[in-house]
Write a protein that binds this ligand. Structure first.
Ligand SMILES: N[C@@H](CCC(=O)N[C@@H](CS)C(=O)NCC(=O)O)C(=O)O
Length: 254
């Protein structure tokens, strides 16, 4: 059966296109990615930060093709194949890259145990509070719901911004907390254009943080310029992705 979301633009654009082109040679690590996906961008940023050699392969996860389901039975991007063995889940991949390539710097985890655990608390917060609020606002159809969910998103991001040491979440070092949230920051112009969202209305701290983190080189190098095309279906609440269905049903995003 054809899924409407399967009709997506087939490849990266903007600055991400050159990054894709530079990673076509076979490597021991194959990165299965969708140019449009914020979860993919997390793992992609980590690959670029660390300078890990990888081969980029574009996958349309909505097609659920057998060769991809063999790699990730969940049928979601990102996924990697490392020496022929598969892994998936964006944050798992980020942590794996850290462990598998310890000599590739910078590390996206702080060295001391306490700060590493503290970072994990805020990565968890991004997944449980910030991202669901972001998608709820995007998929909401009525004006009252826009107002309600915009307030909810501002509450979520203010709480996060209040903990930002600056310029990055943990201070001078870019870390997994920044990696976890920044793909949604690079896409928040969709909410600004369609849902009355404004970084400055969130809080001055949030705006300062968001304006800064989106300029990180690894973020810019993995950014495409056609996100609006993908999110039209979310804005009309027609998207059939697993995330969109979960938000619609009030379930946890897979
Ligand atoms: N929890 C997953 C989420 C990945 C995800 O939802 N990817 C989307 C694209 S942004 C996907 O592959 N969707 C296919 C679908 O929903 O059928 C992760 O962190 O990697």
């Amino acid at each position: 059966m054809s899924v409407p979301d399967a009709q997506i633009f087939p490849h990266a654009t903007g600055t991400a296109l050159a990054t894709v082109d530079a990673h076509q040679e076979p490597q021991e690590l194959i990165f299965y990615a969708g140019w449009f996906c914020p979860y993919v961008q997390r793992s992609w940023i980590t690959l670029e930060e660390k300078g890990v050699p990888y081969q980029y392969k574009e996958v349309n996860p909505y097609k659920k093709e057998k060769h991809f389901l063999d790699i990730n039975p969940k049928g979601l991007v990102p996924a990697v194949e490392y020496h022929g063995k598969a892994l998936y889940e964006s944050l798992v991949i980020c942590e794996f890259l850290e462990d598998a390539y310890p000599d590739h710097k910078p590390s996206i985890f702080p060295g001391d145990a306490y700060t590493k655990a503290y970072a994990r608390i805020w990565v968890d917060y991004v997944g449980k509070a910030f991202i669901p609020a972001f998608f709820r606002l995007m998929q909401a159809q009525e004006k009252e719901k826009h107002d309600l969910f915009r307030t909810e998103l501002y509450d979520a991001l203010r709480k996060f911004a209040a903990q930002v040491k600056g310029p990055y979440f943990l201070g001078e070092e870019f870390s997994l907390v920044d990696v976890a949230i920044v793909p949604w920051i690079t896409r928040d112009y969709i909410l600004a254009e369609n849902r009355g969202y404004d970084r400055g209305d969130g809080s001055a701290e949030w705006k300062r943080y968001a304006d800064h983190v989106e300029q990180r080189e690894s973020v810019v190098k993995t950014k495409s310029d056609k996100y609006a095309e993908i999110y039209g279906r979310y804005l009309r609440d027609e998207a059939q992705s697993e995330a969109a269905k979960a938000i619609r049903a009030g379930r946890v995003i897979p």
